[in-house]
Design a protein around this ligand. Structure first.
Ligand code: GDP
Ligand code: GDP
Length: 455
């Protein structure tokens, strides 16, 4: 049957590897005409590809699937940028900065026959600042004679220059070996899980809010228990549940079903379970007992979801027990206690009667869509331009930090990087987040805004 096929396709180990976009990212950066595209073509084995001989041909960043020594990664060609005699420094820095921000490791390509230029030096500075691992490629070393040119590049202080001839294929293997050595197994910049496969839901909440009841109600007889460790019945971790015509993977359900009554350290184990479930999940449903006062522990679980960067749905359970008075006070409590998540979709359910359970799937989908949402750089910068023009950052110490440009570095959750000329205050960041949400929604997803200050 379909579920079984799914499970087999996802068997232990492979399930984790299904994380196509957790694949590490290598960016190839460098001045125009140093041979980046030739190198990329060499690596991805696209020998016939046309390489432009004209500096300044505008190309976007292009990502390719690449493989070396049995390891797969994403290779990003930062192509070219518009060259204009006066602006080249800035453009190189911008392109390089974005590419580096989005990478787990960098191949910095220099033309060894030309040697270090001022632009190269500028890039070296930003590489140092980024803290990302760098492999220095001294390209156009077509023969023994030019190897000495490559050695000159030790002066960058980026470690060993790898002499390469991208054109003839010389030395690129050694450079790639060096890249794999510094490349993490999983990407720190890509999203947590690949699209495709059932979406992963963590059902969270403090004891007695009704997690187990809800899981049983949702699963009904359709329940399929997934055993991660073959041959054990001790650790049924995930369950596949059909809801709204699709399969959802409820992660780490063992802790919900097996009611562990721990006398000591119960809080610690509860929070650990929440944490491990979040690691595996894309979206969390935080269940709150609507009849009971919103507790410190409820707020803590919500905060854990935000910190984990997962999508969020709030489910107020035991709605069947509520009278009018309680409903009134509940709304006041929500306004007061859950101020950090005005963006989370909310469903009022009863695990006992099944009330409004059909609203759970649309809420999950809304949150996941937001979590996956990508805002084109052009739109983002246009909006920021308007915001900043209408409400500039306050002047501090006689200076006004300016936002130079912005990009969405990743999805799952949406993460924005602003490049600014000075420190951006927390209150201004919160203001920007509010405006981004007003414009783009992001209902149900946390968003992150990071600021890089350029010297
Ligand atoms: P990019 O602008 O950095 O992407 O550079 P390209 O890959 O477009 O290469 C620019 C020029 O350098 C092209 O004419 C390439 O054929 C040439 N080139 C690239 N790699 C090498 C190399 O290893 N040796 C020599 N001699 N030429 C190269
Ligand atoms: P868990 O500790 O979060 O898994 O909570 P349980 O599912 O074990 O539920 C705790 C108690 O609340 C049990 O006695 C349930 O029967 C009860 N309960 C759960 N959901 C509801 C509901 O929607 N309405 C009512 N009236 N009781 C519920």
């Amino acid at each position: 049957d379909e579920d079984r096929a799914l499970l087999e396709a996802e068997g232990p180990g492979e399930g984790d590897d299904a994380a196509g976009d957790a694949r590490p990212v290598v960016a190839v950066i460098g001045r125009p005409n140093v041979g980046k595209s030739t190198l990329v073509n060499r690596i991805i084995g696209r020998r016939e590809a046309v390489v432009e001989d004209v500096p300044g041909v505008t190309r976007d960043r292009v990502a390719y699937d690449a493989e070396w020594s049995g390891r797969r990664f994403t290779l990003v060609d930062t192509g070219g940028w518009e060259v204009d005699a006066t602006g080249i420094h800035l453009r190189v820095a911008e392109q390089a900065e974005i590419a580096v921000e989005l990478a787990d490791a960098v191949m910095f390509v220099v033309d060894a026959t030309v040697g270090a230029t001022d632009t190269d030096e500028a890039v070296v500075k930003l590489l140092r600042r980024s803290g990302k691992p760098v492999v220095l490629v001294a390209n156009k070393v077509d023969d023994q004679r030019t190897e000495a040119d490559a050695a000159m590049l030790w002066s960058f202080g980026l470690g060993q220059p790898y002499p390469v001839s991208a054109l003839h294929g010389r030395g690129s293997g050694d450079a790639l070996d060096a890249v794999l050595e510094v490349l993490p197994e999983r990407s720190a910049v890509a999203g947590a899980y690949a699209p495709g496969g059932p979406r992963r839901v963590a059902l969270l909440g403090r004891p007695n809010v009704g997690k187990s009841s809800l899981l049983n109600k949702l699963a009904g007889s359709e329940r399929v228990v997934v055993d991660h460790v073959a041959g054990t019945t001790r650790d049924p971790v995930d369950e596949m549940i059909e809801l709204g015509g699709q399969t959802w993977r409820f992660v780490d359900t063992a802790g919900i079903r097996r009611r562990v009554h721990l006398t000591r350290g119960a809080d610690f184990y509860a929070s650990l379970r929440t944490q491990t479930a979040l690691e595996k999940a894309e979206v969390a449903v935080v269940l709150i007992d609507a009849e009971d006062k919103i507790a410190e522990q409820d707020i803590r679980v919500v905060q854990q979801v935000i910190d984990s960067g997962r999508a969020l749905v709030l489910a107020f359970n035991k709605w069947d027990l509520l009278d009018e008075e309680r409903r009134y006070y509940l709304e006041r409590e929500i306004e007061k206690e859950l101020v950090q998540v005005p963006w989370a979709p909310r469903v009022n359910v009863s695990a006992r009667t099944g009330r409004h359970l059909e609203k759970l799937v649309p809420a999950l989908e809304t949150s996941l869509d937001s979590w996956d949402q990508r805002i084109p750089t052009g739109r983002l910068n246009a909006l920021l331009g308007e915001i900043v023009a209408a409400h500039p950052h306050p002047v501090r110490g006689g200076k006004q930090p300016r936002i130079l440009f912005a990009t969405q570095a990743s999805t799952r959750p949406p993460r924005f990087v602003l490049f600014a000329s000075g420190f951006i205050e927390a209150s201004y960041r919160r203001f920007l987040e509010r405006r981004l949400r007003e414009e783009f929604g992001f209902e149900g997803s946390p968003i992150e805004i990071a600021v890089r200050v350029r010297e």
